[in-house]
Design a protein around this ligand. Structure first.
Ligand code: FO1
Length: 314
């Protein structure tokens, strides 16, 4: 089982998918980036996982589809429409079909199952909840809906906090709860995603943390901070703006007693004792995933580490 945000998390999710037996992986997708745009319901992190695991993802960008064309966006722009969020022509079909199914009354988990199956993925990709949970970024300029902060404002505003709209009324989906009670669940891997905006929206759902713990599986995070920098995205910037050090120690502290273990990059090995002091087991592995082989290697290493950890220790 894995918890993942978008591009960075999906790389490890793909590694796990490739090293585990078919139909044994479930990945819970961050719902916080989801939004309504141009009349469509868009699930960016779910779709990044969908395209990554089906081999359709844009190889350099990480989000969106490979070989994408922009006829729709060009036509929209010519009409004076909102063009700050790029929707490729092929990707558009995903949002149109999802929106149609939602309007027809299907649950997000059912829609997810249908598209995952249509794209031939032998893993479960699970929306965290059937109810919407959407991140609002609190900034020096006031609150911003997540995609307005991330894409329209390019993460420029200084961050002061986060709100997860809808979380208090949400519950983990039945599919998430089922996946967490699967006999023999070996590990819960928190992918190297941004803890504030990619993992916390899931943890904010009442009952979600408790369900992770109740599974009895070791919970292992992979640090998204390597050598003081985020591999991708604004994690280091956010840590700084929130008055925290940009280090895997801050990541370990952030998750706290939820974690059984954490994987640091090899270059951060000198920080291992500071993390171990928090009562969290530490492994140091090469965590930078440039190639498919590196994704598989990290996935295998994380699973081997998890196997050494006592189940449900903490
Ligand atoms: N990210 C961008 O930086 N610019 C975009 O125009 C953009 C469009 C987009 C369309 C569909 C989709 O599934 C993802 C898209 N993303 C885009 C990524 C998205 O903002 C994600 O929320 C981030 O990658 C964070 O995980």
């Amino acid at each position: 089982m894995a918890l993942s945000g978008g591009v960075g998390g999906a790389k490890l999710a793909l590694g796990l998918y490739r090293v585990l037996p078919a139909n044994s992986l479930s990945v819970i997708a961050n719902p916080g980036d989801d939004f309504e745009h141009l009349g469509l319901t868009i699930w960016p992190d779910f779709d990044t996982l969908l395209y990554t695991l089906s081999g359709l993802a844009h190889p350099e960008q990480g989000w969106g589809r490979a070989g994408e064309t922009g006829t729709f966006m060009a036509a929209l722009k010519a009409l004076g429409g909102e063009d700050w969020f790029f929707l490729g022509d092929g990707d558009l079909a995903t949002h149109v079909e999802r929106t149609r199914r939602l309007r027809a009354g299907q649950r997000p988990a059912e829609i997810a199952r249908a598209v995952v199956s249509r794209l031939g993925i032998a893993a479960a990709l699970l929306p965290a909840s059937d109810q919407p949970v959407r991140t609002e970024v609190l900034t020096a300029q006031g609150p911003l809906a997540f995609q307005h902060y991330f894409v329209r404002e390019r993460c420029r505003p200084s961050v002061t906090g986060f709100r997860f709209q809808g979380a208090e009324a949400a519950t983990p989906s039945p599919e998430v709860l089922d996946a967490l009670t699967m006999p023999g669940l070996a590990a819960i891997v928190i992918c190297p995603s941004n803890p504030f905006i990619s993992v916390d929206p899931m943890l904010a759902i009442p009952g979600f943390r408790a369900a992770l713990r109740r599974s009895g599986a070791p919970i292992v995070a992979v640090s998204p901070i390597v050598g003081g920098q985020a591999i991708k995205g604004p994690t280091a910037k956010m840590l700084g703006e929130l008055g925290q050090e940009s280090s895997p120690v801050a990541i370990a502290r952030h998750y706290g007693d939820l974690l059984t273990g954490i994987v640091l990059d090899e270059q951060d090995a000198p920080l291992a004792p500071s993390v171990a002091q928090l009562g969290i087991a530490v492994a140091c592995l090469p965590t930078i995933m440039r190639s498919l082989a590196e994704r598989e290697c990290l996935a295998a290493g994380v699973l081997a580490f998890a196997r050494c950890l006592p189940a449900g220790l903490r």
